[in-house]
Ligand binder design. Sequence first.
Ligand code: GDP
Length: 597
Amino acid sequence: MTTERRSSQPRRRQSRVLILPQTLTVQRLSELTDQNPIDVIKQLMRNGIMAAMNQVIDYQMATLVTSAFGISTAMAEADEADADNESTASAEVEQAGLVTRTPVVTILGHVDHGKTALLDSIRDTSVAEREVGGITQHIGAYQVEANGQLLTFLDTPGHEAFSAIRARGSKATDIAVLVVAADDGIMPQTDEAISHAKAAGVPIVVAINKMDMPAADSERVKRQLSERNMLVEDWGGEIISVEVSARTGDGVSDLLENIAVVAEIAELKANPDKPASGVIIEAKLDRKRGPTATLLVQDGTLAVGTYVTAGGAWGRVRAMSDYRGDAVKQVLPGTPAEILGFGSIPEAGDLFSVVPNERTARNMAADRANPASSQQAQTRALTLDEVVNQTPAGELKELNLVLKADVQGSVEAVRQSLENLTENNIKVRILHASSGGVTESDVLLASASEAIIIAFTVGTEPSAERLANRMGVEIRHYDIIYQLIDDVELAMQGLLEPAVVDVILGRAEIREIFPTRGGVKIAGCRVVEGRMTKGVTVRVTRDGKVLEESTVTSLRHFRDEVNEATTGTECGIVLQGYNDFEQGDVLEAHREERARR
Ligand code: GDP
C-alpha cells in the first residue's frame, strides 16, 4: 500500500521577491529590507556610492544592497511605483521634474499580416521625406514625427520579443499596434498578440492592413475583434482601428496620427534631469568598433562620457548615434540610440542604468554576471502556491493563468469553470487561452506576467519546456478537469500541495535491538504498512517526531539478505550511520515525487 500525504518536510526553498520602486531613499530601502540603515549605507559604500539616509538611489543601486543581503528583487512597473505612496520622498522629488516623453511603439500580429512591411512603410513615408537620399540604418528602433510629436518604433515586431523584454523586468513598449490582414482576419497569433498586449496593460491600436487586396474585409476584422471583447470605435467601443495598406502607404499617416493621440491620452512622463536608465534593445560585436548596443532611454538623459551597466556588461559611453547614424551628445527619454563603449556585449532585454563611477559599474556588472545574482532572480517566475501565498490578507489579488487545452471546446469549458472561481479575495485572470501544446510564446507571457501555465490534456514543446525551466515558469499538466479546478481552488485558498509530494512507501516498527560486535545495531522490525526495501530513504520517528533521516543499508529476513520486506513480515534493518534508535521507534520509508495529477 502506498500512502500519499502532504510533505512534513520544509518546502523547497522558495525565495520571495521584494518589489522595489524605480527610485527610493536609503532609509526606505532599509525599511523594506528590514536592515539597519547603517548596514545599507555601508553596503553602498563598499560599491563606491556615498549616500546619506534621505538620499534617493535608483533601483540598480538598491540591488547592490539587496543582493548582498541575499534578497531577490524586481522593479515595480512605473504605475506600481507611483502607487507605492510610502516611497513619497523619492516620488515627490521625481514629480517635480516630470515632462512628457516620446512614446515607444511595437508592432504585433500574425505572421505574414504585414508587420515588417508596415514598419518599412512607416519609415519610408515619414523618415525618408526628411532625409532625402539619406540612408537610414537599422539599429533596432527608429523615430518618426506625427502631429508634431515624435514616435519611437521598435524594429523587432512580434509579441515574443515584446514579452521577452517584459520577462526581464522592463516594460519597453507604451503602445502596441496590432496588425490584422484584412483579407485573412484574426488568426492564432493575432489572439496571442492581443493576450500579450493586454497582459502588459498596453493600449492597442488596430491597423487593418492589406486594404489594397480585393479580398480585404475590414468589417469582418471588426466583428472578430468584437467577439474578443475588443470593440472598435465604429462598433461603439474605444479601440482605435485604422485601415491601411503597407504596400501602397494608404492610411499610414492616419495610423501615425492616431498613435500620437493614444500617446497623448496615456500621458507618458519621465524626468530628463536624472541619470539615464532604460533597456537594451539590440547588441552586437562590430569588428571595427567593438561592442555596439542599441538602447532605449526610458528615464533620465544619457550623456557621452557616463558609466553604464547592463546585466553583466559595463562601459563608459564613448560615442552615441541616433537611428539615422548621426552623432549625438545626449539622448532623452523614449529615444533609442546606438552606443559605443561597452566592454562586452550586453543582452537584449537587459536593463541598463548610469552609475556614478567606474568602480560601481564594474562591481554591479560582476555581481550580475554571477548566476545567483538579482538579475537572475528577476527572471524567476512564481509557482501557483507562491502567487497565492504572497497575497497580503484582505487584498484583492489576481491569479494569472495561461491556459492550453487540446481543442477549442475544452479551452472554453475550462476557461469558464476557472473564471467562475473566487476565493479569499483572489480572482482568476486568464491572460491567454488557446488550443495546442505549450509554446515558447506561452512561457514568455507567463514569465512576463507572473502567471502559471495550466496545460489540459496537452504537452509542452521541448523548447518551451527548456525555456520554462530556465525562467522558472511553472507548467502544471492535467488530464482530469476536476483535478485542475480543485488545484486552482486549493491554490486560491492557499492550500495547494507543493509540486513535490512526499510519498510514504512503508512503515516498520522497531521491536527489538540487536547490537553487533562492530558497534553497529540491527533494528529488529515488523513491517506494519507498505514495504521496506534495501536502499530506501527512511525517517526514524519517535512519537511522531522525526529524529533522523537515513538509508537502509542492510535488510534481512531471518538470515537471508533480501531486497524487500512486505506488510506483516519481520526483518532486521541496519541504517547508514545511525544507531540511536530505540524500541518502539518507527521507520518510515519514503520518497519525494513530482506530483502527478
Ligand atoms: P510579417 O510576417 O507580419 O512581418 O509580414 P510581412 O511584412 O513580411 O508581409 C508578408 C507579406 O504580405 C509580404 O509578401 C508583403 O509584401 C505582403 N504585404 C504586407 N503588407 C501588405 C499590404 O498592405 N498589401 C499587400 N497587398 N501585401 C502586403
